[in-house]
Design a protein around this ligand. Structure first.
Ligand SMILES: CC(C)(COP(=O)(O)OP(=O)(O)OC[C@H]1O[C@@H](n2cnc3c(N)ncnc32)[C@H](O)[C@@H]1OP(=O)(O)O)[C@@H](O)C(=O)NCCC(=O)NCCS
Length: 157
């Protein structure tokens, strides 16, 4: 994957073609499968076909991605329509430059457009502060997913 000037402006785009979905999957492969050693069979799942996906572009290159999936059921103790944010991934060289925040905002905007009442996510413990800064609150106990400790986090919209 090409390195990009990290000072260039970032644009967020909804994925609209199979080619763009492949760009997102390529970023997820680098971040989750290569960097975090998540098994490929877990990283790719059936939700990809129905999810709303976004890509972050910088200098013409895709540098980050994330997805939103509508949930069939609200989390315990909550009501209404909820969605799950997931597969948030920014290439290492582009982190801590607000690309992840821009991706999360655009997924939340889409959730609002769809009349969603709240967003749930499974946060890796090391990323807890990132989500806390965006108004997500941890609920319940730590659990393992793909061999990585996670906490469920919720945010009402
Ligand atoms: C988590 C991730 C998406 C964050 O993306 P990012 O582009 O680095 O995040 P941002 O630059 O928008 O961060 C926003 C704020 O959160 C902070 N932050 C980001 N990651 C953080 C971390 N791991 N620990 C503590 N604070 C963090 C930033 O410093 C920034 O703070 P500021 O607003 O005070 O400057 C990115 O680190 C990543 O892709 N990680 C690997 C994949 C992964 O684990 N995804 C999450 C699965 S739950």
């Amino acid at each position: 994957m090409t390195m990009t000037d990290t000072t260039l402006p970032v644009t967020i785009k909804q994925i609209q073609s199979e080619a763009e979905l492949f760009q997102a999957l390529a970023i997820r492969e680098v971040v989750f499968i290569e960097e975090q050693h998540v098994p490929e069979g877990i990283e790719r799942d059936t939700e990809d076909a129905r999810a709303y996906h976004v890509l972050a572009f910088q200098g013409g290159h895709a540098v980050g991605t994330g997805r939103l999936v509508l949930l069939a059921q609200a989390p315990a103790g909550k009501e209404g329509l909820w969605a799950q944010v997931g597969r948030m991934a920014v290439l290492k060289a582009h982190r801590k430059a607000h690309v992840g925040s821009r991706l999360l905002h655009s997924l939340e905007e889409e959730a609002r457009r769809r009349g969603v009442n709240g967003v749930m996510l499974h946060a890796q413990l090391y990323a807890l502060e990132f989500y806390r800064k965006h108004g997500y609150e941890p609920v319940g106990a730590v659990f393992e997913e793909a061999g990585i400790p996670h906490l469920e986090m919720l945010k009402g919209l």
